[in-house]
Design a protein around this ligand. Structure first.
Ligand SMILES: C[S@@+](CC[C@H](N)C(=O)[O-])C[C@H]1O[C@@H](n2cnc3c(N)ncnc32)[C@H](O)[C@@H]1O
Length: 409
């Protein structure tokens, strides 16, 4: 059995519409072909933040699924296209365990949301951060995390579980209740979900213009503007589909600042989107690094898809800046790069200040993101030791920031 965590889903196991404002819950996929994807999804556990109250829909990238893994899942689970959905309202302190147990007993997926969602009693649970620390996009205070983890789920949590047709749902719910020593809760049948999951997954991704004249195009779509710079991506394996404002902020900065023939380091490369973008914008070579082995793999795959594999090299790193590949490590040690891009979180940006700064040649450029607007001054404060002319760009909503400057000579 494989367990993956993600956000509440309107149509588990997949749903459309990526949003940075997502809420944690649990989704479980129970087929062997999912090892890789699920490892990824667990890594993304309890991802994202929310300033608003309403859970956003989950996406492939959060689940770590791609088209192939979806197909595998579909073919491995005979009844996947006709799943019965049930709703159970349950106290928050047992919602997680109950979800796990019904998965173990036969549910294909289970998501958890606030039972009072959309009402005055809706509880804000996760905000401006994540329990997953560095793996998630927004940094949150560890003190608050402790508060959150002690708090469990919403006081009244709603489980939405999907079952294959051949599973006796009443029996599963009764068994799970027995195991947890609780009274069998009432549940509401929501009928049969009959979806073309693969199509649904594909529908969730569209081509996006991430900077003027720079598009991110899912592999199965034709470019909207064939004359533009088109970055082909296999969405779902790693962070970086072009949907997130920080990726766009970095790409917009790169579009105006990358010069032909430059050397680039994309630190925290994810899908490789920024490195590939830099190469398509004229960079001579781009190195990437990531603490996530799957991101490393995915970035190389995406570089091949874009015909830039010969100019892109990606190596795994550890969270303290140690780089697995010696050549890339030496470059980092020797102020090799004309441009350093790092779209990671505030804590690693602060912790890796020397590492990132000293990898940039004198007069070279740095572009840092992955931070909220209000966190930008802390980045500026730390990086001004090494960089001149540091300035901050914000996204249209004024929520996310990107900080850039020039290395002092
Ligand atoms: C927000 S994503 C950015 C992905 C992509 N560069 C983009 O702009 O869309 C951050 C990436 O940084 C990686 N990461 C997080 N902390 C890191 C660290 N300390 N060192 C290297 N990579 C890190 C994550 O695994 C993730 O792939």
């Amino acid at each position: 059995q494989i367990r993956a965590a993600s956000t509440p889903l309107s149509h588990p196991p997949f749903s459309s519409g990526w949003s940075p404002t997502c809420w944690p819950s649990t989704v479980v996929l129970k087929r062997s072909g999912f090892h890789k994807s699920v490892t990824r999804a667990v890594a993304d556990e309890t991802s994202k933040d929310s300033l608003g109250k309403r859970p956003a829909e989950a996406t492939l990238s959060q689940l770590g699924l791609n088209d192939q893994s979806v197909s595998e899942f579909v073919s491995e689970c005979d009844s996947i296209s006709r799943l019965t959905s049930i709703l159970i309202t349950i106290p928050g302190d047992i919602a997680g365990e109950f979800s796990d147990t019904i998965i173990a007993e036969g549910a294909v997926s289970c998501s958890v949301e606030d039972a009072n969602v959309g009402t005055d009693d809706e509880q804000e649970m996760f905000h401006a951060g994540s329990l997953a620390g560095e793996r998630a996009f927004v940094y949150r205070d560890p003190v608050e995390d402790e508060w959150l983890s002690s708090r469990g789920m919403w006081d009244q949590s709603r489980l939405i579980a999907l079952f294959p047709q051949d599973v006796d749902i009443a029996e599963v719910v009764a068994t799970a209740s027995r195991i947890l020593g609780i009274e069998t809760p009432k549940y509401e049948m929501k009928g049969v979900v009959d979806e073309d999951w693969v199509q649904k997954v594909k529908d969730a991704f569209i081509a996006v213009e991430v900077a003027k004249g720079v598009w991110v195009v899912p592999t199965w779509l034709e470019p909207v503007d064939p004359a533009a710079i088109n970055i082909l991506l296999e969405p779902g394996l790693a962070f970086g589909t072009g949907e997130h404002p920080t990726t766009r902020l970095c790409m917009q900065w790169m579009r105006s600042n990358i010069k032909a023939g430059e050397t680039v380091m994309d630190y925290g490369t994810g899908s490789g989107i920024l490195a590939i973008g830099a190469l398509k914008l004229g960079a001579k070579s781009a190195d990437g690094t990531d603490i996530d082995a799957l991101a490393v793999e995915s970035s190389m795959t995406n570089a091949s898809l874009n015909g830039v594999a010969d100019k892109f090299f990606c190596s795994e790193c550890d969270k303290d800046g140690g780089i697995e590949n010696e050549k890339v490590g030496l470059r980092m040690d020797n102020a090799y790069y004309d441009v350093m891009i790092a779209n990671i979180l505030l804590p690693p940006l602060l912790a890796l200040e020397e590492r990132l700064a000293l990898a940039v040649r004198p007069n070279g450029k740095i572009c840092l993101s992955g931070v909220l607007n209000e966190q930008a001054p802390r980045v500026v404060e730390v990086y001004k030791k090494h960089f001149d002319d540091l300035s901050v760009d914000s996204d249209n909503e004024g929520m996310w920031a990107c900080i850039h400057g020039t290395r002092r000579s």
